[in-house]
Design a protein around this ligand. Structure first.
Ligand code: 6LJ
Length: 159
């Protein structure tokens, strides 16, 4: 039996929800599955923009995840007003995401979400997870490594 209130929710957020945030979502999902605590977490990802709504993750993000033994099925979506009321955590990638989310959160009453940089959890202190859209496979691997370190730390000890 599990008491009410023990389910926590996290939304990973980036610019387009096809590169960084799907990687973070997939990595966090795997960490949670490895600890057999899937029933304790609601996990999703979204975009600050509407550029890629409905699209699958970038092929380079999928191939990076596949290299690490992770499957992912996701369709990009934009963050909604409701997300600010329902999610406990919104973890984003860079200062521009943070600014966009803070601005959007000011337009909702009773914002519940704690809005933070995912990189604020990095034990190696790489605060910003850079947009790899114009980058190469190595940049996607860097994103993966940052997400992995940060998601592990977040799961151990959310702020
Ligand atoms: C409206 C005008 C812009 C990006 C991305 C960048 C650019 C992306 C993208 C991340 C995920 C219609 C859409 C920028 C998906 C697409 C090109 C422009 C898209 C930018 C600046 C620096 C680094 C990366 N902008 N698509 N169109 N990130």
């Amino acid at each position: 039996m599990m008491a009410a209130g023990e389910v926590r929710s996290v939304l990973f957020v980036c610019l387009g929800n096809i590169c960084r945030s799907p990687i973070a979502e997939a990595v966090f999902r795997k960490l949670v599955a490895e600890e057999n605590i899937e029933n304790q977490w609601i996990i999703d990802s979204g975009a600050v923009s509407d550029w890629n709504v409905g699209r699958s993750p970038d092929a380079r993000a999928l191939s990076c995840l596949r290299n690490h033994g992770i499957q992912m099925a996701h369709k990009a979506r934009q963050v909604t007003k409701d997300d600010f009321l329902t999610f406990d955590y919104m973890l984003c990638m860079d200062e521009s995401n943070l600014q966009d989310l803070k601005r959007k959160s000011n337009q909702v009453k009773n914002c519940k979400a704690q809005i933070e940089l995912l990189g604020s959890y990095d034990p190696q202190k790489q605060l910003i997870i850079e947009d790899p859209y114009y980058g190469n496979d190595e940049d996607f691997e860097t994103v993966y490594q940052q997400c992995h370190r940060c998601c592990k730390a977040f799961l151990e000890k959310p702020h």
